[in-house]
Design a protein around this ligand. Structure first.
Ligand code: ZN
Length: 276
């Protein structure tokens, strides 16, 4: 059995503040061990449940966060940025299941370090009218490749979000959200035990693919400043529907998520340091 782990960082044990997951910051350096511990716990659980091939795909920031020399030897690590499928690189290598470790809620939602791709610039993302987190879009993409999401770890609100897009997945809350930058956290040993047990249970639960939409995906993306919407319309098919909001429709999540990622890149070019 092959398992893919997509490892983000905002939803990891002990991470509650931007410095904790900002590459290069001393707090990030400290919290990398918590990220590695959460991932190792998932690897241990999946291995105990019979997984014999486990690929971990780095999914946070420039995707060079995990401590390779401390990674469980039963896993391999896909490390580095500029991957065609980004957070979901590896989903095209026929895994039997995918796990989201260290995930978080979406832009504009309550939750520890809630955001969707860009920390503040994007204030909301809707897919077919429903608020959509990174977890939701990644789960739909996985379903297009025939792969079910079996495990989601993060704060309690991330687990609640996952119940909507991956109802059969096991959710493991490693912290309870107090506010966007604060949470009641489990120590790493305690959360590792929960994650390992969750991963074991995840492979024993009959998996269910996330629902896909036969008529395609309409994204509505809202920004925190009106000058950003016209930039997004440089991308063919992206239209401005309000001062702060653009929209596009594509037939598959594979195409939609690539368009969304392109949009985040184009919009980033228009963000000024102080005024945004
Ligand atoms: Zn992240």
């Amino acid at each position: 059995m092959k398992v893919l782990i997509s490892a983000d960082m905002e939803g990891v044990t002990g991470v509650t503040f931007p410095d904790d997951c900002e590459p290069g910051h001393p707090r990030w350096e400290y919290c990398r061990r918590f990220l590695t511990a959460d991932v190792n716990a998932a690897v241990a659980g999946f291995a105990a449940a019979g997984a014999d091939e486990i690929l971990v795909n780095e999914a946070h920031a420039d995707q060079r966060n995990l401590l390779l020399d401390q990674l469980d030897e039963r896993a391999t690590l896909l490390i580095g940025t500029h991957k065609p499928l980004g957070m979901m690189e590896g989903i095209d290598r026929s895994p039997d299941a995918v796990a989201f470790v260290g995930y978080h809620t979406g832009a504009g939602e309550q939750g520890v370090l809630a955001h969707t791709y860009l920390p503040n610039t994007i204030t909301a993302v809707k897919i077919n009218g429903e608020p959509a987190s990174e977890g939701r879009m990644n789960a739909i993409l996985a379903a297009e490749f025939g792969v079910p999401v079996v495990l989601v770890t993060g704060d309690d609100l991330t687990c609640r979000d996952a119940e909507k897009y991956a109802p059969s997945a096991v959710g493991v809350a490693v912290k309870t959200c107090v506010d966007r930058y604060s949470a009641i956290c489990l120590p790493p040993k305690a959360s590792s035990e929960l994650i390992a047990a969750g991963a074991r249970r995840a492979l024993a639960t009959p998996p269910q693919l996330t629902e896909t939409a036969p008529d395609g995906y309409t994204y509505e993306v809202s920004f925190d400043a009106a000058h950003l919407a016209p930039l997004a319309t440089y991308i063919p098919g992206v239209e401005r529907v309000a001062d702060l909001t653009v929209r596009f429709t594509l037939p598959t999540m594979y195409e939609a998520i690539r368009c969304f990622r392109a949009l985040t890149r184009v919009v980033t070019s228009g963000i000024e340091p102080t005024y945004g």
